[in-house]
Every structure is written in structure tokens, then in C-alpha cells.
Design a protein around this ligand. Structure first.
Ligand code: FES
Length: 294
């Protein structure tokens, strides 16, 4: 349905607020595409024309961007995008099986929407939640450690209109249009809700604390870290909080005898042990600054 004059006028006010955030108007294209998607539930030809007019671009330029990113839908989307991660780790942990069972349960395939217009099923790429594999996302909220049965129950709840809470993040899953407006940069005030980093994500940090591992003092900064200036230090700080090691310099020292810790972080800097388990049986190479084994 074409955008009415009233809707255009209303969107134009929001569009200007987006443009005002950037030095160049064309830099506002990505959030503006989310804005039109928040109105129509997808990026329609009218939405593309609206963005082009607001930003002084051609419709071809806008369409080129809208068709590149999978978060922009070119046909009407369901109220909820149910994205099953079928990237490597989730796939082997059951993601492929979850997707197949949802295809059968919902009667739709990838990028198709149920007849009631509630669920659009998608295969999605890694959501950086591998420590909770296999992961399903509903409108970009995390549902961790899923099974075919739990995923089917999830879609059933969505289709009967129940309030659904993700494992982490906001207290309740919002609609696709609501989420699109947040992605356009309009705060819904809910960013602080719910759990952020969970136990599995913080396992590396917890282990380092248990073992008394600390970052070595006076270690030379790597060239890549040095070129980032203070940002390199901040990254290390964030990595320590999330348990995601970024370089030998960021990683705590591995104490003597670590390889005897079967099934934990044997031979690895603890910053890389986000899953609390060794994936190589202790065969990996310790960091350059690791202390020699006893
Ligand atoms: S592979 Fe699924 S979240 Fe990373």
C-alpha cells in the first residue's frame, strides 16, 4: 500500500532527526531504511523512493543498499522473524535439526511467512552467541540452548499471542516494526532490561579470577594494539569482562601445570576459554608470554 501523505509527513520529521545525526545526509541511509521498515513492515518501493528523496540519492542507490543487507525485507515480513542460526557451531549442535523441524511445524521455508502473518522463518548466520549454541533469535532477541521441541513451543506461543521473554535481553520480545524503529535509532527505553552477559559468556573471566590469573605487567604492546592508541587497552578491558581474549598481550598469564586441567582451558589463555571447556585437549600453543610448565 502506498505511503499516504500523512504518513510521509510524519516520517519526514523522524527522517530529519536521523539526518541530523550525521555530517553527510547520505550517511543516514541505513537507519532510514529501518525507519520505513518500522512503518510498513518491510522496505517497499515507496519506502525506497521516500529515502531517496530525503537523502538526495537515486532510487537505484537506495535499492542497492536495501537489497544487500538481509535485515531489510523486500516483501512483507511477519510480526516476528524467527531466525535459526545454522552457522557452523550452531549447526553441529542442532541448529540444522531445529530449522528442519520448524519448516515442518510451520509449513514454511526460509524467508517465508506463516499464513497468519505472525512468523517469518529464516536461517541466520552466526549471532556471536556461540557459547549458547544452538541459538534461535526472535526479532534479534536471544533464545539460547534451543532444541526442536523448545523452538516449536516458542513459535506456538508467538502465534497464540502470548508474551514471550528471551533468555537474555529485553523482558519481552517486541514486534518486527517496533524493533525496526529501535534500529532506526529511536530509543524505546528498554535497553537496560534483563540479563546481558550470561554465565557461559563470563566463564573465562570467572576462571581467571578463580586461578588468580592476571595480565602480565610491562608486556610490550603489539603494533595493532599500539596503533589503536587507548582503544587497544579498552578492548582488552572489555575482552576481560566478556572472557573473549583478543591477543597474547590481552590474555592473562597461564600458570605452570595448566595443561593438567583436563576439560577446561588446558594450554590456552583463559581469555579464549569462553565455553569453559578445552576444544583441543590441551594441544594448542600457549601464548608467547606464558610461563614455562613445571
Ligand atoms: S554459530 Fe550460532 S551463534 Fe555463532
Amino acid at each position: 500500500m502506498p505511503l499516504t501523505a500523512d504518513v510521509r509527513d510524519r516520517l519526514a520529521v523522524d527522517a530529519q532527526a536521523i539526518v541530523d545525526r550525521y555530517p553527510q545526509p547520505r550517511s543516514a541511509l541505513l537507519p532510514m531504511l529501518h525507519l520505513v521498515q518500522s512503518e510498513e513492515g518491510y522496505v517497499s518501493p515507496d519506502g525506497i523512493a521516500f529515502c531517496a528523496a530525503q537523502l538526495g540519492l537515486t532510487t537505484a542507490e537506495v535499492a542497492a543498499v536495501a537489497t544487500f543487507y538481509t535485515q531489510y525485507k523486500r516483501h512483507p515480513n511477519g510480526t516476528y522473524t524467527v531466525g535459526v542460526c545454522t552457522n557452523t557451531l550452531c549447526a553441529v549442535m542442532g541448529g540444522d535439526e531445529i530449522f528442519r523441524s520448524l519448516e515442518e511445524h510451520l509449513g514454511v521455508g526460509h524467508d517465508e511467512t506463516t499464513e497468519d502473518g505472525v512468523v517469518t522463518l529464516e536461517k541466520v548466520e552466526c549471532n556471536a552467541a556461540c557459547d549458547y549454541a544452538p541459538v534461535v533469535m526472535v526479532n534479534w532477541e536471544f533464545f539460547d540452548n534451543q532444541t526442536p521441541e523448545s523452538a516449536k513451543r516458542l513459535t506456538d506461543d508467538l502465534r497464540r499471542g502470548a508474551d514471550v521473554a528471551p533468555t537474555r535481553g529485553a523482558a519481552k520480545v517486541c514486534s518486527f516494526k517496533q524493533v525496526s524503529r529501535v534500529l532506526a535509532g529511536f530509543n524505546d527505553g528498554r535497553a537496560g532490561e534483563g540479563v546481558a552477559a550470561g554465565e557461559a559468556t563470563l566463564r573465562g573471566t570467572a576462571l581467571a579470577k578463580e586461578e588468580g590469573w592476571t595480565a602480565p605487567e610491562g608486556a610490550p604492546r603489539s603494533s595493532s594494539s599500539a596503533s589503536r592508541g587507548d582503544g587497544g587497552r579498552k578492548l582488552g578491558h572489555v575482552a576481560a569482562q566478556t572472557g573473549a581474549g583478543t591477543s597474547a598481550q590481552d590474555a592473562p598469564t597461564v600458570p605452570a601445570g595448566t595443561k593438567e586441567r583436563a576439560g577446561t582451558t588446558a594450554g590456552k589463555p583463559p581469555g579464549e576459554a569462553t565455553h569453559g571447556e578445552s576444544d583441543d585437549g590441551g594441544a594448542s600453543t600457549p601464548p608467547a608470554d606464558a610461563k614455562p610448565e613445571a
